[in-house]
Design a protein around this ligand. Structure first.
Ligand code: PLP
Length: 401
């Protein structure tokens, strides 16, 4: 048989492929958990839910300390971290790893903080040596906090927070360490206590596989002491009233009850799979994705293999091709959302999310859609990306002798 038949307009029907690096796909059992009736947020049933989620969040951050849950997105948790620990005109050291680092810095500027910024080319994680050098120069210890984005969702580069802590210790600098764990939490290893992090900022819609709507702060004793003694003017995002209510399983204001049901279910899923298995699953899907990108002859935005992110891969478009036009084609033709380029790399990259409710076949479908899209769009590439990924997935699935 030969001859083309036109693609029917309904070809893109079927389940949407949400392959952006957050919000990620919400598992069906989490969606079902959210459908429970709303309960009295001051009643005994709620206290049980509150205690359960507050306690079971701790292993995800690998902390024994407090985790605070606010209604809001990741931005609210950024803000909570800053206003509870820093006062206007305090100096902070930030590293511009990408667009999210830029946005956090803009927020800090709006709160009247003085910013020392270390630039990067947006193609790698934080250089711990650069942090150490800056801190060593600050002999009078005027820098009050180092703020870094753990997984830069705009570029697909992850920073090694353990090494940044070592750099701070080597510089014998007492600054607080604030990390943005928005897309790293539940996706790649976050070790709040071991790395001596003072505030880990996160939220619901990435590795935790929930809808947007919850902001999180894991806080150290040092951060709590600093916040009790000072910080900026604050109200809704103040840690103290929240911690007071949390002691009995309650919240300072009306919580997003049904998102907490969802959170409880997602935490149960983490417990069943085992957090290290979750990370290993993401690492494997990420490596398969990178092999596909390399086989297509396209470039990973992240240049440093030690900084490769298992959360997402940002793919550079060949010159003269617009990533957003490509994303539109993929959406229209395959009903799949890929992440857009943000800030100064708008139109230059598309981002493939590979975390959360994902397995080999979800990734295979994602990469197949991209490979067909490259073909349809006439974007210069080599065939065989999907094949390279499938071979890696199969090889790593064979039982070992
Ligand atoms: N930080 C990072 C690393 C992010 O990826 C995002 C959002 O994608 C944010 C902060 C901001 O979070 P939100 O959009 O939930 O306010």
């Amino acid at each position: 048989m030969s001859g083309h038949r036109p693609v029917p307009p309904s070809a893109a029907k079927g389940r949407h492929f949400l392959q952006i690096p957050g919000p990620t796909n919400v598992p069906d059992r989490v969606l079902r958990a959210m459908a429970k009736p709303v309960i009295d947020h001051r009643g005994p049933e709620f206290a049980e839910l509150g205690r359960s989620v507050l306690e079971r969040l701790k292993p995800i951050f690998r902390t024994k300390g407090h985790v605070l849950v606010f209604s809001g997105s990741g931005t609210s948790a950024w803000e909570a971290a800053l206003v509870n620990t820093l006062a206007p005109s305090d100096r902070v050291l930030m590293v511009e790893t990408g667009q999210f680092a830029v946005l956090w810095r803009e927020m800090a500027t709006r709160f009247g903080l003085e910013i020392d910024s270390i630039p990067t080319d947006w193609r790698r994680g934080v250089d711990p040596n650069a942090v150490e050098q800056r801190l060593k120069q600050d002999t009078r210890h005027t820098i009050k906090a180092v703020c870094v984005v753990h997984n830069e969702t705009s570029t697909g580069a992850a920073s090694r927070i353990g090494l940044i802590r070592k750099a701070m210790d080597a510089a014998k600098h007492p600054a607080l360490l604030l990390i943005d764990a928005v897309s790293s939490l539940g996706s790649i290893d976050v070790r709040h206590d071991e790395w001596g992090v003072d505030v880990s900022v996160s939220c619901s819609q990435k590795g935790l596989m929930l809808p947007p709507g919850i902001g999180l702060n894991a806080v150290s004793e040092k951060a709590l002491a600093v916040s009790k003694a000072g910080g900026s003017r604050r109200s809704f995002l103040d840690w103290q009233p929240m911690l007071k209510a949390n002691a009995d399983g309650f919240f300072a204001t009306t919580p997003a009850t049904n998102l907490l049901y969802a959170l409880e279910e997602a935490l149960a899923m983490f417990e069943e799979e085992g957090i290290d298995n979750v990370y290993a699953r993401h690492d494997r899907l990420a490596e398969a994705t990178r092999r596909a990108v390399a086989a297509w002859g396209l470039e990973n935005l992240c240049l440093e293999s030690k900084d490769y992110s298992s959360v997402l891969t940002a793919v550079l478009m060949p010159d003269g091709h617009n990533a957003d036009a490509f994303r539109k084609l993929i959406l229209d033709r395959f009903n799949m959302s890929l992440g857009m380029g943000l800030g100064k790399i708008t139109g230059k990259v598309f981002r493939i999310g590979h975390i959360g409710e994902m397995n080999d076949l979800t990734l295979a479908g994602t990469l197949a859609g991209i490979e067909m899209g490259l073909d349809i769009a006439g974007i210069p590439h080599q065939r065989g990306g999907v094949d390279a990924a499938l071979r890696y997935l199969a090889e790593t699935s064979r039982p070992s002798d």
